[in-house]
Design a protein around this ligand. Structure first.
Ligand code: C5P
Length: 216
């Protein structure tokens, strides 16, 4: 039995990774299994929230949610999120959004000729930071996957993106696994959760979120 703590809440979650295409068959991506975002979406449903999933590339089985939108690239994800954000109470940025996109996309497959091929990259817009700086933003939660100085970098990201809450995790622990070990950082400080299945981590995160929403 899962308590319907989030009944009446609208929650949007991004998950998976975006792929920035160079040509019809090649692209640049960030690795992400999509499992943490999908676990959160499934748990948000079970806890009674109207849940919108904006998902990129992933091989994980997609949970049944209220609304689901596929977004292939960072630009697609940005526009899909912005189209539906006004109605949301909460926004979780769990997707591994590619930081850069090629400045040109060839409509035909690029031929192998040069020994060194140079690609100019353009920085993608930061979806989470832009949602958090909307005039009337939803409660925004970020994820920071780091290989070193996990807590320190997560704290910096929380401030830089102006987020009430960020969830820090080790890349090596989180990536592709069914388990995760996270630290929640919010205005109250740090809360480290025990290593657990992503489903259970999702429940604990959403329960913690509920206490923060009640304080607002
Ligand atoms: O800065 P960094 O990419 O490490 O921050 C990670 C957080 O920001 C995640 O919550 C991710 O979903 C979000 N993000 C985003 N748009 C980007 C880059 C990251 O929403 N272009």
């Amino acid at each position: 039995f899962t308590p319907k703590l989030l009944a009446g809440k609208k929650i949007m979650i991004t998950a998976g990774s975006t792929m920035e295409m160079l040509d019809p068959v090649r692209g640049i991506t960030n690795l992400s299994s999509g499992k943490m975002g999908f676990a959160l979406a499934q748990m948000a449903m079970r806890m009674g929230a109207e849940t919108t999933l904006v998902y990129g590339h992933t091989h994980a089985p997609r949970p049944l949610v209220s609304h689901a939108h596929f977004a292939a690239t960072a630009d697609d994800m940005y526009h899909t999120v912005m189209q539906h954000i006004a109605a949301q109470d909460v926004f979780f940025g769990v997707a591994a959004v590619a930081d850069y996109k090629p400045n040109m996309r060839s409509s035909q497959k690029i031929k192998k000729s040069e020994d060194i091929l140079t690609i100019d990259l353009i920085k993608n817009k930061d979806i989470l930071a832009d949602v958090a700086s909307l005039p009337n933003p939803p409660y925004c939660v970020g994820f920071a996957a780091e290989t070193e100085q996990v807590i320190e970098y997560a704290k910096q990201k929380r401030l830089a993106k102006r987020l009430p809450m960020i969830v820090a995790n080790q890349v090596m622990t989180a990536m592709g696994n069914d388990n995760n070990q996270v630290t929640i950082i919010d205005s109250k400080g740090e809360h480290t959760l025990d290593t657990d299945l992503k489903t259970n981590i999702a429940f604990k995160l959403l329960t913690h979120l509920k206490t923060q929403l009640d304080l607002d």
